[in-house]
Design a binder for this molecule. Structure first.
Ligand code: R5P
Length: 320
């Protein structure tokens, strides 16, 4: 970024879920992180106060809606309300990871579409626009009646693996739903695509591998998914790939949600060389593992904020 540009009345705040990423975004933008406080009263009511003037300013609130999901969503809604009542000029919510994104359709009787409900809540609270990263399904953009800039960390992940120069690599989609995005990853890496066909069992987090489409025998494989949550899908996929004759195994995903000891479960797979995600979801430092690499998304988000604030194209960031 050319630091000689005037950023004017731009203000970026960390609502609280990911202060490290929010500070790194501000470093990229050469601006101080905005000051605000978020706390819970004894009765569990959340309280927010923006500690500086935001009247007429172009404000961006950074808050991945990762765990604790409901608290993080509520904090964000209350923050938007506070900013609206403080006469902010424009309110943009920066949600690097959009929680509830997987509840995006009515695929069985009497279930909600929570991804849509959250979109309605954000809009009703007063958000003017959304910046997010690699939604579970691109159609979630349409759940909002306000502009959504969906960024992607795929080029970041691809560049990382291009530099590794792994000969004979095959890219494997960890389920059919992600195969289109995995095809894009494979093309960028100049590698063939394989697809692991999985089935979810009931409404808990269990999955079962049904079959493997494609040939991985004697070749290193890189799995791709939009997110890794419990790691169940990935561990099953790695097992199926190994059984089919894959040599080295690598795994990557945009978002490392990593619930319920997922990092240890995945990194415990002895044939896995490396697990690579980005920092769209905060990761507990204590949970780090020698096989885990976390790439930084601050430049991507910072550049998008810079362009939105200055009325420049965001799409141009991804044309190459
Ligand atoms: C689901 O459709 C997603 O693309 C991921 O495969 C899923 O979120 C992974 O979940 P888990 O790690 O719990 O198997």
């Amino acid at each position: 970024m050319n630091s000689s540009y005037q950023l004017g009345d731009l203000a970026v705040f960390s609502v609280g879920a990911h202060p490290k990423l929010s500070s790194a975004i501000c470093e990229y933008l050469h601006i101080p992180l905005g000051q605000m406080e978020v706390k819970k009263f004894n009765n569990e009511n959340t309280f927010v106060r923006i500690l500086e003037n935001v009247r007429s300013r172009d404000v961006f609130f950074v808050q991945p809606t990762s765990a604790p999901v409901n608290d993080n969503i509520m904090e964000l809604l209350i923050t938007i309300d506070a900013a609206k009542r403080a006469s902010a000029g424009r309110i943009t919510v920066v949600i690097p990871y959009y929680g509830y994104g997987r509840t995006d359709k009515k695929d069985q009787p009497r279930v909600p579409i929570t991804a849509r409900l959250v979109a309605d809540l954000l809009t009703t609270a007063g958000a003017d626009r959304v910046v997010t990263v690699d939604l579970h399904a691109g159609q979630i953009q349409g759940f909002f009646n306000i502009p959504v800039d969906e960024l992607t960390v795929v080029p970041l992940l691809v560049d990382y693996f291009l530099k590794k120069k792994i000969p004979d690599l095959v890219v494997a989609a960890t389920d059919v739903g992600i195969s289109k995005a995995a095809r894009d990853v494979a093309q960028r890496l100049n590698a063939p695509l394989a697809i692991v066909e999985k089935r979810r069992i009931g409404n808990d987090d269990s999955t079962e591998v049904l079959s493997l489409i494609g040939d991985v025998k004697g070749r290193p494989v890189l799995t791709f998914d939009d997110e890794i949550d419990t790691g169940g899908s990935l561990v099953s996929a790695l097992g199926a790939l190994k059984k089919a004759g894959a040599t080295q195994l690598y795994a990557t995903a945009s978002h490392g949600v990593f619930s319920n000891g997922a990092i240890d479960r995945i990194c415990g797979v002895s044939d896995l060389e490396e697990l690579v995600v980005t920092d769209t979801v905060p990761t507990d430092e204590e949970k780090s593992h020698p096989k885990l690499t976390i790439l930084q998304s601050c430049d991507l988000l910072g550049e998008a904020i810079y362009r939105i604030h200055n009325g420049h194209s965001v799409g141009e960031m991804f044309t190459y």
